[in-house]
Design a binder for this molecule. Structure first.
Ligand SMILES: *[C@@H]1O[C@H](CO)[C@@H](O)[C@H](O)[C@H]1NC(C)=O
Ligand SMILES: *[C@@H]1O[C@H](CO)[C@@H](O)[C@H](O)[C@H]1NC(C)=O
Ligand SMILES: *[C@@H]1O[C@H](CO)[C@@H](O)[C@H](O)[C@H]1NC(C)=O
Ligand SMILES: *[C@@H]1O[C@H](CO)[C@@H](O)[C@H](O)[C@H]1NC(C)=O
Ligand SMILES: *[C@@H]1O[C@H](CO)[C@@H](O)[C@H](O)[C@H]1NC(C)=O
Ligand SMILES: *[C@@H]1O[C@H](CO)[C@@H](O)[C@H](O)[C@H]1NC(C)=O
Ligand SMILES: *[C@@H]1O[C@H](CO)[C@@H](O)[C@H](O)[C@H]1NC(C)=O
Length: 481
């Protein structure tokens, strides 16, 4: 076969050109940059964008699961023994959390809204009906006792009333009552003296179909990193419960949305009104959810560590200087003075002391850590689980014989697991985006590959041309002899 020399040289030049173009595309990151700038433009809270629609009405189903701790040895606890509890649950609710009263402000750089949450009980996903009975600490009684412990007259009155009506430190109520509220006899009586008091008590009382206040979010129009970031909450840009400015900061988003183009070394801040504080999460590992790549972000140990490990946390010790130890947060100030202490479920990552103080605590990373899996290109949450335990601080109060000889203990009442998994329709869309991303990102390598193939062909042609010449030259003498 005869190949025109000029064709060979065109081939060689083309191969070289492709290698140069391909390598410079790889080095300049032109395609990834193009893709990222497109995502940055699209992921904005503006009427009509997909990001806005998902933000207003999240399509992925959210489930709220509650697990209660049933106290098995109340009499022993009153004489100073360690409480023993059995975990009971889940009691599962489907959670709906649309954004409402959405109003854009200042040319679309910020948006105001409220975020009411509605909970619908899912009997088929629960271990029992809402009428299941749970024995736990009598939180309204304990709150009243703590409040009036130094007021001898009030303490005597309350104590006498408790004795007469048989109200003790522990009480048994249904799951539904403990969560959504019940009329408390003691509170009803106390209300006669202090009309400010509410005679209902529940851990989620008045929290169904209601919102936690007005938020002002940045839309991400000016800077993609500000997408869905909280600017103010109830008109304030910081909290006033904690004792340092740093701890009072409202940082990041509300934890349900994140800005696009997330890198592994980023710190993701979020503000949680249930937890009464901001916190952050850092990258731990890669995950794949419904075939979509994601980064897992988890709040590191330091977020809830004691102030020796993380001096910045000293501001969460209330009253100032009164630190409870790693993994615990006294939220009394933001829960109407009830002695509520937040922690991770089963005191995961808290001081070992708290785990040992209650029989039945079995902290487990997979079951009890909070984790968020995010698609790094779009910032879309693929899967998330927020886990939080509500405890009460129980101690002997000398002015109330009802507290007996109880030992000081952080008593677990209930923990929640609020989780979400991306719905199939959104997952399909993201899978397509991911395929496009892979194709676009691989074009430069395709060009390089093609350049190499052409280069190899070019070299083969060059060699072929030489090989016949030499063999002919060798054969010549043989034939003539
Ligand atoms: C978005 O646009 C639609 C139709 O134009 C309008 O009905 C709706 O009120 C707008 N929403 C907001 C929050 O501005
Ligand atoms: C909104 O944009 C218009 C025109 O670009 C400008 O005149 C106006 O000052 C802006 N308003 C605010 C509150 O930024
Ligand atoms: C919450 O409110 C909705 C509607 O207002 C109601 O259908 C639902 O049963 C309520 N959930 C609970 C747990 O009370
Ligand atoms: C919790 O304990 C109480 C008292 O022992 C018992 O009556 C109740 O049935 C227990 N609850 C569940 C759901 O097992
Ligand atoms: C809020 O963010 C700042 C840094 O931007 C940080 O120093 C501070 O500790 C954060 N506060 C909380 C409560 O996370
Ligand atoms: C703080 O936590 C660390 C690690 O968990 C522990 O070693 C240390 O004793 C704690 N400090 C105080 C004052 O509790
Ligand atoms: C929790 O904080 C409240 C309000 O500052 C305070 O009265 C209470 O003593 C604290 N509880 C503990 C156990 O430190």
């Amino acid at each position: 076969m005869l190949v025109k020399p000029c064709f060979k040289y065109v081939l060689g030049a083309l191969s070289l050109l492709m290698l140069i173009v391909g390598i410079s595309l790889v080095l300049s990151k032109a395609f990834p940059n193009f893709l990222q700038s497109k995502v940055k433009k699209d992921v904005v809270l503006r009427n009509g964008t997909e990001a806005f629609e998902v933000w207003v009405d999240p399509p992925a189903p959210i489930y709220m699961q509650f697990y209660f701790f049933n106290l098995t040895n109340p009499a022993e606890v009153l004489i100073g023994e360690r409480p023993a509890v059995t975990e009971i649950g889940p009691y599962t609710y489907r959670e709906y959390r649309p954004m409402e009263q959405v109003v854009f402000q200042e040319n679309g750089t910020r948006v105001a809204s409220v975020n009411p949450k509605t909970y619908i009980f899912q009997r088929d996903m629960s271990q029992g009906p809402e009428s299941d009975l749970i024995r736990t600490v009598n939180i309204p009684a304990l709150t009243l006792m703590e409040r009036f412990k130094d007021n001898a007259l009030a303490a005597n009155l309350i104590s006498a009333y408790m004795r007469a009506t048989g109200i003790g430190l522990f009480t048994t109520h249904t799951v539904g009552e403990l969560l959504w509220g019940y009329e408390d006899d003691l509170l009803k009586t106390a209300k006669k003296f202090d009309p400010e008091l509410d005679d209902f008590f529940g851990l989620f009382y008045k929290m169904n179909a209601s919102n936690d206040g007005e938020y002002m979010f940045f839309t991400g129009q000016q800077n993609y990193k500000d997408f869905a970031r909280v600017d103010t909450w109830n008109g304030k840009s910081s909290l006033d419960w904690w004792t340092s400015d740093e701890c009072n900061m409202i940082n990041g988003t509300n934890g349900a949305s994140f800005h696009p183009i997330i890198s592994k070394n980023e710190v993701l801040y979020m503000f949680s009104s249930d937890l009464c504080r901001s916190l952050y999460a850092v990258y731990t590992n890669d995950v794949t959810v419904k075939e979509i790549p994601g980064y897992r972000f988890v709040p590191p140990f330091e977020v809830f560590a004691n102030s020796t490990v993380n001096p910045a946390n000293a501001g969460f010790c209330v009253p100032s200087g009164n630190c409870l130890g790693s993994g615990l947060l006294n939220v009394s100030v933001c829960k109407q003075g009830a002695p509520i202490i937040m922690s991770s479920p089963h005191f995961y990552q808290a001081d070992e002391k708290f785990v040992q103080d209650v029989f039945g605590m079995r902290p487990n990373k997979d079951k009890h850590q909070t984790a968020i899996d995010i698609n790094p290109l779009t910032g879309i949450v693929l899967q998330a689980a927020k886990r939080l335990q509500i405890n009460v601080y129980v101690e002997k109060i000398p002015s109330f014989s009802e507290t007996g000889n109880v030992r000081t203990v952080v008593f677990p009442v209930m923990y929640l697991n609020e989780s979400v998994l991306i719905d199939d329709a959104s997952a399909k869309k993201l899978q397509r985006v991911n395929v496009q991303k892979n194709v676009v990102e691989n074009i430069p390598f395709l060009v390089i590959g093609l350049g190499i193939v052409l280069g190899v062909i070019f070299m083969l042609l060059m060699c072929r041309q030489k090989v016949p010449e030499s063999t002919e030259a060798e054969r010549q003498p043989l034939i003539s002899s």
